[in-house]
Design a protein around this ligand. Structure first.
Ligand code: 2HA
Ligand code: ZN
Length: 270
């Protein structure tokens, strides 16, 4: 067996958590990531038949039966992942219709997956139906997106249009827009179900007064998606209290759609 600490997926996960911490998106134990891995990717690094522990998930996800995920641990700090990946990360395989997670590697201090595991797994199940290439669900607490949920209308179309208007590239990066959930209790199956429902129509879901979820085909792309939305929110928070003199018009948005071959969410542009 090869050393799992040298696996490309593990190196990328360590780099991503470290980078997210450096961006200030994951204070203390804030944030969590899950990365779907193929059997092909893991087979050289561990034996899927060797189960260290079985952990009950508290939900069902039959669509994810037999699937392996590298996931951040509950109560663990993103800033520490790079120093002790085997303590702060775990690799699990879902069995029993998603009700049981078999721990194949990691969580070596007896820990377990993130408290937001339901939202992650339910979002994976939803996004895989929309896009079979989806591999990543990422949650974090970027300051400007969070700030925006205190002062901006939470209507999804209005919220998205504001973000699109803040940077030219936004509509190109997230033409499907941003969905928004009102404040809900985190860590529950209920917020998991609600998040997954919102993931049917967009890869970004804001949790008002809490943070954001992003989904994508790899860690880099998903990071970039959240990074772009957070940049737009930063511009908004810099200008919201000033008289607005200019913006990006819907006509200009249509030029971007044409130039970059994207289509904005139906009916969200005039
Ligand atoms: O894992 O971010 O939403 C800590 C959180 C909970
Ligand atoms: Zn959170």
């Amino acid at each position: 067996m090869k050393n799992i600490l040298e696996a490309p997926f593990l190196i990328e996960m360590v780099r991503t958590t470290t980078n997210m911490y450096a961006h200030g998106w994951d204070e203390r134990n804030g944030g969590n990531i899950s990365l779907l891995l193929s059997e092909e990717e893991v087979k050289d690094y561990l034996d899927p038949g060797t189960v260290l522990r079985e952990i009950s998930t508290g939900f069902e996800a039959p669509e994810l039966e037999g699937k392996c995920f590298l996931v951040t641990g509950t109560g663990k700090y993103f800033k520490n992942v790079q120093y002790a990946p085997e303590v702060n990360l775990g690799l699990v395989k879902l069995t029993d219709g998603g009700k049981t997670a078999q721990l194949l590697w990691g969580f070596s201090d007896g820990g377990k997956f993130t408290s937001e595991f339901p939202a992650h797994m339910m979002s994976h199940a939803t996004r895989l139906k929309v896009d079979p290439q989806n591999r990543v669900v990422m949650h974090c607490h970027p300051a400007n997106l969070l700030a925006m949920t205190y002062v901006h209308d939470l209507d999804e179309k209005v919220f998205t249009r504001t973000l699109w208007q803040m940077c030219t590239e936004c509509i190109v990066v997230f033409p499907d827009g941003v969905n928004v959930l009102p404040w809900m209790l985190c860590g529950t199956n209920e917020i998991g179900i609600a998040t997954a429902e919102k993931m049917k129509t967009a890869r970004l879901v804001v949790w008002a007064q809490h943070g954001i979820y992003g989904a994508g085909k790899d860690l880099d792309e998903t990071f970039g998606l959240i990074e772009t939305a957070e940049k737009a929110a930063e511009i908004y928070m810099k200008i919201a209290h000033l008289p607005l003199k200019n913006t990006i018009s819907d006509e200009q948005m249509h030029l971007l759609e044409e130039r970059f071959g994207v289509k904005a969410r139906g009916g969200w542009l005039d």
